[in-house]
Write a protein that binds this ligand. Structure first.
Ligand SMILES: *Cc1c(COP(=O)(O)O)cnc(C)c1O
Length: 344
């Protein structure tokens, strides 16, 4: 593959990042008079650590990787945007993405004036590595993959993912937002084998922290350093860093939530399968279930009228007739099923 330096936009390669007060002095001190902060209202008067060192140390221990391979952002969405801005020259370069998938790759590309070449998954939502590699041209800098995929819910075959990692000359972004729900293991353990791999994970799903906006990107240090150079200096605020540290001190809660959600998911799938109006329940490795029905809009509106909101995905490629249902608490799932009982 091409080196990271060759893949970067020239202006990003040459970029001198903003140097903040906390960059120039970051140790322990008695009196901080360097950043024009208000001395009152501690601790919120202080700028947060621009490199989130304590938080990264904790995440590194949990994920069993080095802190140098971690970027933290304002949700994974920030990492998606930065990846595109780092490697893709507006109006010239492009990305290749699967379809259907998470909508933010397209939006981030559109904002940056980057063309998106979309390659359909197979009818059973599997990745076609050959087709993706064929779609890539000399201006393709990034291939975006998402496994388990949203909205289809499935993990892709590791052989297909590996083929893309081995044969593509650019960057591969693998979004693992739902990996904590999946039986498949994360590609994190193989990060060192693939210098072109960027893995995205998030605190928004299994960790139950969508509201604090914290996303992770894992990659070789050369890529992480570029991301850190591009991001806003203080992109992860103090409240988010504190809250994340608090929740990360107790790994078991997340594991308990996941276990309960997987049990609920099984129950929900069993029940949905008994409904006449459910033509198909797709296999899922995530905290949601995709179902196919002849009348998606009718069911969607019926549920809205009962104050239950699911996601209508029937206009999405390969998802004709499909609704995406997030697994809720046992009570919420019971309410959903009771409402659906009134339909058939
Ligand atoms: C929910 C989701 C995310 C999370 O994005 P954040 O910005 O971290 O909240 C990322 N990728 C996919 C595919 C998702 O479905």
């Amino acid at each position: 593959m091409n080196s990271i330096n060759e893949l970067l936009r020239p202006n990003i390669r040459d970029l001198k990042p903003y140097s903040s007060a906390r960059d120039e002095f970051s140790g322990e001190a008695a009196v901080f008079l360097d950043a024009n902060e208000n001395p009152f209202n501690a601790p919120f008067n202080r700028y947060p650590d621009p490199y989130q060192r304590e938080l990264k140390k904790r995440i590194a221990a949990i994920k069993e990787i080095s802190a140098e391979n971690i970027f933290l952002g304002n949700g994974s969405d920030e990492a998606i945007d930065i990846a595109i801005r780092a490697f893709c020259e507006p109006g010239k370069d492009n990305i290749v993405s699967i379809s259907p998938t998470y909508g933010m790759y397209q939006v981030a590309a559109d904002i940056n004036n980057i063309d998106v070449k979309k390659v359909l998954l197979t009818p059973d939502f599997e990745l076609d590595a050959e087709a993706l590699l064929k779609a890539a041209d000399e201006h393709t800098k990034i291939i975006f993959l998402c496994s388990p995929n949203n909205p289809t819910g499935n993990c892709f075959s590791p052989q297909e993912v590996k083929k893309i990692l081995d044969e593509f000359n650019g960057i591969v972004v693998l979004d693992e937002a739902y990996i904590d729900f999946a039986p498949d293991k994360s590609w994190l353990t193989r990060l060192t084998q693939y210098p072109n791999l960027i893995i995205l994970q998030t605190f928004s799903k299994a960790w139950g922290m969508a509201g604090i906006r914290l996303g992770m990107a894992f990659a070789k240090d050369e890529i992480i350093n570029v991301f850190s150079k591009i991001k806003y200096p203080y992109n992860v605020n103090i409240l988010t860093q504190q809250k994340a540290l608090e929740l990360l001190s107790d790994n078991d809660t997340m594991k308990r939530w996941v276990k309960e959600l997987l049990e609920e998911r099984t129950r929900l799938i069993e029940t949905l399968k008994t409904k006449d109006f459910v033509k198909k329940v797709y296999p899922t490795d995530a905290n949601f279930v995709l179902i196919k029905t002849p009348e998606p809009k009718k069911i969607y509106n019926y549920l809205v009228a009962r104050k239950i909101i699911v996601r209508d995905r029937s206009n999405v490629a390969l998802c004709e007739g499909c609704l995406r249902i997030t697994v809720g608490t046992p009570e919420e799932n019971r309410e959903l099923i009771e409402a659906l009982d009134g339909l058939s």
